[in-house]
Structure formats: structure tokens, C-alpha cells
Design a binder for this molecule. Structure first.
Ligand SMILES: [Zn+2]
Length: 250
């Protein structure tokens, strides 16, 4: 019998039959995998509590020829506080959807796992603006999947002066001398630039330890959104929902 044990967070669930689920789990050991959680929708199933969305657990999995079956779940963290707040729940759903959308099956990326855990913890426990959490998460995630923007110096000439734009296509900040008419360049204030540098290069433990005023947040939101959609050609349903329903509430 081929068994393995790994920590992981549940990204998606699909109901199958009367009482089963297929789960997509982002694991430490094997990256994203699909597993069957047999009987997990029955109230008395030992898998019921640990097979909920957002749950972070130790999974014992039997690996068959064509499929994986969960045998045991030891819950580490459920992030249950997120479910009590519709805005937090919506953002958390987007964070999972984005993670699912940018990862391939069985590609390990432990830093990405640490990032989503940290992001959900901050979202659950703090009163930080979810829009700020979202921008930080998006930009950091892009860096971890191979699209780290060049924010320390001008992406074209290496200058560290007169940085007032971010160029989506070139993937970094741009100085005034290299700033020609360009459809892909977006305005970046001095504070916006410092914040970008912090988001991309600070330690994960300190990543969310700041607030932003609305002007800079808006600036970074635009850059993050354009940068993400330039590289990731997918639509995210929860993001559309946030844009049409939640933006005005915050
Ligand atoms: Zn330059």
C-alpha cells in the first residue's frame, strides 16, 4: 500500500454522489493534488470536519494508480473566523481561487503554501483592509511563481532615481529618462514605490505589518491588477464579485 503523509490546505471541493467529495489540496510535499474524501459529507464521518474549505491539516493519503484517497485528517487550523464575515470570506475564496488558478498539479512550492497560510491568518485575525491584504498577496504570489517584478531599480537602465512609473510589460519600475509614451506604464508615487519594494522583498513574518492611505492603495491596486492579468490570462469569478459588490463597502 502506498501511503504518504503531508500538510496541506484545501483549495476546492466538488461534491460527488451522495456523500463523497473530491478535494483539491495544496500540499507541502506534492504541491496541488486531487484526492477523494469518501463519505466526508456524512455528519458522523471522521473526515467531515477536516474536509472543509480553508482547512489546513495533516493528511494521510493512499496513493492509487489513478487516484488518491484520504485516509485520515488531523486538523491543524480551520480559519473558522473567516467564515463569520462575508467580506473576509469572499476575499479568502478569491485567494484560494487565485492559488488554484496559477499552480499546476504536483508542482511543489512551499513558500506559496506559507504565503497563503500567513495571508489567511492576517485576514482572519486582524482588521486590516482586505483590499490591502489582497494587493500584498497578489504581488507576493506573482513573485513566488516566477514573475517577480524588478522594483529596486529602473527595469530599463538600472537607475535608482526619478522612479515615477511601473511598466507592466517590462515587469518593473521605470525612471523618467526611460519613460516614453507607453501603454503599459502606470503612475507610481514615491511612497508607492517604497511600498512595492517592501511587499516584494520583506520577510514573510513582517509582510503585512503596515497600513496604506487610500491614494497609494489605489495606485498599487491598479498595478497589481494589470500585472496579474497581463501574465495570468484567466478570469477569477470571486474577483469579479468583489469588484462589482464589495469595493464600495470598504
Ligand atoms: Zn531608466
Amino acid at each position: 500500500m502506498r501511503q504518504f503523509k503531508t500538510k496541506g490546505i484545501i483549495l476546492r471541493e466538488v461534491y460527488v454522489g451522495e456523500s463523497d467529495k473530491i478535494l483539491k489540496i495544496f500540499t507541502k510535499l506534492k504541491g496541488k493534488i486531487s484526492v477523494s474524501a469518501k463519505g466526508s459529507r456524512k455528519n458522523k464521518s471522521p473526515l467531515a470536519a477536516g474536509s472543509q474549505l480553508f482547512s489546513y491539516s495533516d493528511f494521510l493519503i493512499y496513493s492509487g494508480r489513478n487516484y488518491n484517497i484520504i485516509q485520515q485528517i488531523d486538523i491543524i487550523k480551520t480559519f473558522h473566523g473567516i467564515g463569520k464575515d462575508i467580506i473576509k470570506l469572499t476575499y479568502a475564496s478569491y485567494f484560494l481561487e487565485l492559488l488554484d488558478g496559477v499552480t499546476e498539479e504536483e508542482e511543489t512550492n512551499e513558500e506559496l503554501l506559507l504565503l497563503i497560510l500567513k495571508t489567511l491568518s492576517v485576514l482572519e485575525k486582524s482588521n486590516r483592509n482586505p483590499r490591502l491584504i489582497s494587493v500584498i498577496y497578489e504581488l507576493r504570489l506573482m513573485s513566488l511563481i516566477g514573475y517577480m517584478p524588478q522594483v529596486l531599480e529602473c527595469v530599463n537602465c538600472g537607475s535608482k532615481e526619478k522612479i515615477h512609473h511601473f511598466n507592466i510589460k517590462m515587469g518593473g519600475v521605470l525612471c523618467d529618462d526611460c519613460m516614453h509614451e507607453d501603454y503599459y506604464a502606470y503612475k507610481l508615487s514615491q511612497s508607492g514605490w517604497y511600498t512595492l519594494k517592501y511587499i516584494i522583498h520583506s520577510d514573510l513574518s513582517k509582510l503585512f505589518s503596515f497600513d496604506l492611505d487610500e491614494f497609494i492603495l489605489k495606485e498599487l491596486e491598479i498595478i497589481s491588477e494589470k500585472y496579474l492579468s497581463y501574465h495570468i490570462e484567466k478570469d477569477f469569478q470571486t474577483l469579479e464579485f468583489i469588484k462589482t459588490n464589495l469595493m464600495d463597502l470598504q
